[in-house]
Design a binder for this molecule. Structure first.
Ligand code: TXA
Ligand code: MG
Length: 376
């Protein structure tokens, strides 16, 4: 199939949907209503949208992504009034969190209503719902007039897309259209909180932290056990997506993490030394090696590895600055994707401080590294 590229030039230029953009959004909404698939920008990552009430559309989403069909999709809405028809009831906690964090990077798991097909929820009786903040996403959903089922718009297993170009790499020829609204601001997928049980449980960390949820709710939010330790394959995880290898570059990856997680003074030296050991060994083995660091240590590695860098044996990339970990979240998936492009054979990455959004960054990095972390 030929994929239509719909570039929202006015929105990209001045952050407002213009009349030409609006026509393209109308076209995209028409595709969704007819059961087709459209990739679109959100503030977290690009989504691959389909009509969430049509089981055929959900099936097409799984097929285009190459995703196992027991991994449920998130329904995206543009207004609170769209929540009622798709849920059995709206718990008090959901109203509170919606008031605080919607529109925004928060997904809530609620009991689903009959009209939501089991194809969309991967056979579950619950449904994931999010109201994105991105103006393009909300306009598209409103024009489509249906809840939009949308997983991240990547091939299953690859890092989530944060630009329209990433989507094109993975899905060109497999979906009806791609809306280009520029890069996603946050760069990591939404926080997921399960509100379908007795107590709220954090299933996936994101820009909205467990502390922020606790403050809004005035009660404890539990962490899903799968977040803290690698999964035993016999355990059935709450968010089925957590059992698959994810965000993974093709090459094996190892993370060097400081025990205290502050990456200052002595600890930074220990991290740099341990990174050096890994990189040296990989270079000695003749592997095309990639080193992922932060702005703070970039010049150290540039000096240390002048030779291998000049010869193209080593690829050095920074994720962003430790003074603003949002910058690391924003760049992470691009950097991970680039690892495949440069055909890295071994990847050594510095860890990050796990405070605030750093917890979500480290969660994605550990998945990319299949949990290979060395603590120093
Ligand atoms: O930021 C985001 O959430 C992006 C944008 C496009 O909104 N979407 C996204 O979707 O990351 P996806 O499909 O890549 O991740 C959704 C996750 C999966 O791990 C899935 O297993 C989990 O949400 N999930 C969906 N429905 C669920 C349910 N009913 N119960 C538990 N987990 C669920
Ligand atoms: Mg995904």
């Amino acid at each position: 199939m030929e994929t239509r590229f719909l570039e929202l030039t006015e929105y990209k230029k001045n952050g407002k949907i213009g009349p030409e953009d609006e026509a393209k959004l109308q076209e995209a909404a028409g595709i969704l209503r007819a059961g087709g698939l459209v990739a679109f920008p959100t503030e977290t990552v690009y989504g691959l949208g389909g009509n969430g009430l049509l089981k055929e559309a959900s099936r097409s989403i799984y097929a285009a992504k190459g995703r196992p069909s027991d991994n449920p999709l998130i329904l995206h809405i543009s207004d609170m009034k769209e929540l009622e028809p798709i849920t059995r009831e709206i718990p008090h906690r959901a109203r509170t969190l919606a008031e605080h964090f919607w529109p925004g990077p928060l997904t809530m798991i609620l009991n689903k209503a009959e009209i939501v097909p089991l194809e969309t929820t991967g056979g579950l009786s619950t449904v994931a719902v999010r109201m994105p903040e991105h103006e393009v996403a909300r306009r598209l959903i409103a024009l489509a007039g249906v809840p939009v089922a949308a997983p991240s718009a990547n091939t299953s297993g690859r890092p989530s897309p944060t630009t329209a170009a990433h989507v094109r790499e993975d899905l060109e020829g497999k979906i009806e259209a791609i809306l280009d609204g520029g890069p996603s601001g946050i760069g990591l997928e939404s926080t997921i909180v399960d509100l379908s049980g007795e107590e709220p449980v954090l299933l996936r960390p994101g820009a909205i932290t467990a502390e922020m949820l606790e403050k809004a709710l005035g009660e404890r939010v539990l962490l899903d056990p799968a977040l803290e330790k690698p999964l035993d394959p016999s355990v059935h995880p709450k968010a089925p997506g957590m059992k698959y290898r994810h965000y993974a570059p093709k090459a094996p990856m190892v993370i060097i993490q400081g025990k205290e997680g502050n990456f200052a003074g002595e600890e930074l030296l220990r991290v740099e030394e341990a990174v050096d050991r890994q990189v040296d060994r990989s270079l000695e083995d003749g592997k095309r090696t990639a080193l992922i660091c932060s702005d703070e240590s970039l010049s150290y590695y540039q000096k240390r590895y002048e030779g291998p860098l000049a010869k193209g044996q080593l690829i050095l990339r920074t994720m962003g600055t430790r003074n603003r970990e949002e910058s690391i979240a924003h760049n992470l998936f691009s950097v991970l994707r680039e690892m495949d492009e440069v055909q890295a054979e071994y990847i050594v990455a510095e860890g990050v401080n796990t405070e605030a959004i750093g917890y979500a960054v480290m969660n994605r990095m550990k998945k990319a590294a299949a949990q290979q972390v060395i603590y120093v």
